[in-house]
Design a protein around this ligand. Structure first.
Ligand SMILES: Nc1ncnc2c1ncn2[C@@H]1O[C@H](COP(=O)(O)OP(=O)(O)OP(=O)(O)O)[C@@H](O)[C@H]1O
Ligand SMILES: [Mg+2]
Length: 361
């Protein structure tokens, strides 16, 4: 586009240059023609005068025919004829030259007009070119920006899909399996009673109850993962405590500690959800990947910011490694970025992991 405009500009410029050259040539020719015209006017005037003289003499001869010899009369006659012819030729030439002069003058006016218009056009095209030059650069930047946004959007969609897949898998493997199991067991409960008696049936019932309890807490955990309802009711700190206590109860291998510095206060609910998710992902990672003995979560609510440190003494990893397959850490970084906060991941193989998050409130 820009190239086309540029080339058009050059073409218009070329046309105007050609016009200017023609103009200059014609201007020279006009001067020449004007000189020739005035010369020929003079010559024709002279010739006309000569012809007139010759005609006058011829008239005298015609009048006093007897006083002139035949030769004399013939010479005068020939002269007069000759002048008349010459005059005719010269008058024709004069007429042609005048016509040529007028033609050149008209052509020069046209060329002048073309030149002015070409100059105007070059100016306008230059403006368009410069405008597009700047504008297209902006468009380019916008396209780049849009591409980034699109890539970012795709990543979010991908993360959402991944989250749904994970959720479906969890419900399928957890509560759905357990409920199917409960159904099966409740069906055989009657048979156990008739075949093995009341004690066996009560034992079986005990197992079924355990299964139901299991699926209930599994369903609760999934709901909790989706949206900890305590967040809205109680706020961040109590919800974190509850969540971490629940995790600690669930498994024995890892000790999970929660430490609060300073006073707690309620934040805007979206910010509380975000902070909860950041801790949740960090702790889940530590449980999933670190094989740690201890996980600690420290929270400090300062006047203008919230400070979180999630630390484990597990196997550690290379936070800069591009082979990290999940969305957890990417999502954490994006979240922190959106909140105009800061996240630092310090980890090394065998040295545990420390995640420091600071979010302005
Ligand atoms: N506390 C940790 N200790 C050891 N390795 C970790 C820890 N946190 C993260 N990692 C490593 O970094 C990788 C990326 O973590 P990330 O949370 O982004 O993905 P994920 O946990 O594998 O998957 P997702 O979070 O999407 O379920 C993990 O697969 C793991 O190898
Ligand atoms: Mg993760």
């Amino acid at each position: 586009m820009k190239e086309t405009i540029q080339s058009s500009k050059e073409q218009i410029f070329e046309i105007s240059e050609q016009t200017r050259r023609e103009y200059e040539t014609l201007e020279g020719e006009l001067e020449d023609t004007r000189r020739k015209v005035s010369e020929i006017i003079q010559q024709t005037n002279e010739k006309r005068h000569q012809a007139q003289v010759a005609r006058n003499r011829l008239a005298v001869i015609n009048r006093d025919f007897n006083t002139f010899s035949n030769e004399e009369a013939k010479r005068v006659y020939d002269d007069a004829n000759e002048y008349r012819l010459q005059l005719a030729v010269m008058e024709k030439e004069e007429k042609q030259l005048r016509e040529r002069r007028d033609q050149i003058e008209r052509r020069l006016l046209q060329l002048d007009d073309t030149l002015n218009r070409a100059e105007l056009l070059v100016g306008q095209v230059s403006i368009v070119h410069n405008f597009l030059d700047g504008d297209l650069r902006e468009v380019g930047e916008m396209v780049e920006d849009a591409k980034e946004k699109q890539a970012f959007g795709l990543k979010i969609i991908q993360a959402q899909e991944e989250e749904r897949r994970r959720l479906a898998r969890e419900i399928h493997d957890g509560p759905a399996q357990l409920l199917a199991n409960v159904l099966l067991r409740s069906e055989i409960l009657g048979r156990v009673y008739t075949e093995h008696g009341i004690d066996a049936a009560l034992n079986e019932l005990q197992d079924v109850r355990k299964s139901i309890k299991g699926s209930l807490s599994e369903v609760r955990r999934i709901i909790y993962d989706l949206r900890p309802m305590a967040l809205d009711d109680l706020g961040l700190i109590p919800t974190l405590k509850k969540y971490l206590d629940g995790l600690a109860d669930e498994q024995e291998e890892t000790e999970i500690r929660f430490i609060l510095h300073g006073n707690e206060y309620r934040l805007e609910v979206n910010l509380e959800v975000a902070l909860f998710r950041l801790v949740q992902e960090s702790v889940q990672n530590a449980l999933k990947h670190a094989n740690a003995e201890q996980i600690s979560v420290k929270a400090e609510m300062r006047t203008t910011q919230v400070h979180l440190i999630i630390q484990d003494d597990g196997r550690g990893f290379d936070p800069a490694g591009s082979t990290n397959p999940g969305f957890g850490i990417i999502g954490m970084k994006e979240r922190v970025n959106e909140l105009k906060g800061d996240v630092k991941i310090e980890s090394a193989k065998g040295k545990g992991t420390k995640i420091t998050i600071t979010i302005p409130t």
